[in-house]
Design a protein around this ligand. Structure first.
Ligand SMILES: *Cc1c(COP(=O)(O)O)cnc(C)c1O
Length: 395
């Protein structure tokens, strides 16, 4: 892929730099860490805001041959962008979508008993149209209670799908609710429920599917690997950590130990600098007032870019490696920083300088998330289409 740089977007005073070199290094470290499980790169929601196609291409070049998306249209977009390999759609398939799954060689998730019946009924037609079986993965609900089949119903569902003409059962999986909290006992409870499901299968004489997958980023780094029955392999469905985005402080420490790096950096230019008098306020609602004469820098970033408005008066940004607090409310297009006293360190800040909102040289996305009352994934996935994604470091 061609490397692009800041000069490719000369008309935007704001950009999200995506370091594909950091992504490659993260993928290599994660693949080695999860082996013998295979890494399934999770690229839903436009790869957590990083750009699904460039991320998927880079992961594929690194030898990742499983990708996960949340929705059918995301899987179709990968295929239309030339991505081969396995693509698993994690969300619920509808009856009128099965032909599209089949045509684009997308693996479907069996998220309920009615979905199992629907896929079993449609598999033959889909297989006849494409000349290959419709691939499905059964999702067991071990406690997240979002999507999935109750463990006690899974053996029958699997038996029905094994018997369905034109269907190929590729996997059995579940999803953790608390895997990124090292001390959470609930992740162990969910793992035990999955293990007893496997024992139930053995007792019922229903073979386990060839692939078992339970790990997300949290489980991949903080949990013991699964003991796998003979004849099965494992996948680790990793999203956040591939982008160097830990979702919790526990995971941040583990990610540091593994040498994972942030892939995204959000950079805005200073568009205006002024000195205001003591007693003057900044931005809508007058929520910030200068206690002394103060330099104020205005940055070209706002909630219209997906920069959280909840950072008003609590966030920070870095200019020339020095942190400054956000003064007043974050606006749709602009955000103000308190540079301090006119004679202080902030006096060197000029119009045109670059401020790092998060990423190398500024706060981490996790730190921004904690200040904003959200999680790191929402910080990057929330960036809007107005923010140009600029790809660097293709090696
Ligand atoms: C998003 C998602 C993942 C990846 O989670 P990370 O915490 O980003 O690693 C894995 N499995 C499912 C079902 C998901 O929805």
């Amino acid at each position: 892929m061609r490397a692009s740089n800041a000069h490719d977007t000369p008309h935007s005073p704001l950009r999200a730099e995506i370091d594909l070199g950091a992504l490659r290094r993260n993928v290599r470290r994660l693949r080695a860490h999860v082996a013998p499980a295979a890494l399934a790169g999770t690229v839903k929601a436009d790869a957590y805001g990083h750009g699904a196609l460039p991320i998927a291409r880079t992961m594929t070049e690194e030898g990742v041959d499983w990708l996960c998306v949340a929705r059918l249209d995301e899987g179709v977009a990968l295929r239309e962008g030339g991505i081969g390999g396995h693509v698993l759609v994690l969300g619920t398939p509808f009856a009128d979508e099965v032909a599209t799954y089949a045509a684009h060689r997308l693996d479907a998730t069996v998220t309920s008993e009615p979905v199992a019946a629907m896929l079993a009924a449609q598999a033959r037609k889909a297989a006849q149209a494409t000349g290959r079986p419709l691939r499905v993965h059964v999702k067991a609900d071990t406690g997240m209670h979002r999507l999935g089949i109750a463990p006690e119903a899974v053996p029958d569902v699997l038996a029905r799908l094994y018997a369905a003409d034109g269907a190929k059962v590729a996997g059995l999986w579940t999803h953790f609710a608390t895997a990124d909290e090292a001390a959470s006992p609930f992740a162990a409870t969910q793992a035990e429920r999955f293990a007893s499901l496997r024992a139930d299968l053995a007792r019922a004489g229903v073979p386990a599917p060839p692939l078992l997958h339970v790990a997300n980023s949290g489980a991949a780094l903080l949990r013991e690997p699964l003991q796998l029955p003979a004849g099965t392999a494992a996948l680790a469905r990793v999203g956040g950590l591939a982008y160097g985005l830990p979702s919790s402080p526990d995971l941040a420490a583990a990610a540091d130990r593994l040498g994972l790096e942030p892939v995204m950096r959000l950079v805005a230019r200073v568009v205006h600098v002024q000195t205001i008098a003591a007693g003057e306020s900044v931005s809508y609602g007058q929520t910030w007032t200068a206690s002394a004469p103060t330099r104020i820098a205005t940055l070209a970033v706002g909630y219209g870019d997906g920069f959280p408005r909840s950072l008003s008066n609590v966030g920070e940004a870095a200019i020339h490696e020095r942190r400054y607090p956000i003064a007043g409310r974050v606006c749709m297009d602009l955000t103000m920083l308190d540079l301090g006293l006119p004679g202080g360190a902030g006096a060197a800040v000029r119009v045109g300088d670059e401020a790092v909102l998060f990423g190398h040289g500024g706060p981490s996305a996790l730190e921004v998330a904690e200040r904003a009352g959200t999680i790191s994934y929402a910080v990057t996935a929330g960036l809007t289409a107005r923010v140009p994604r600029v790809y660097t470091g293709t090696r």
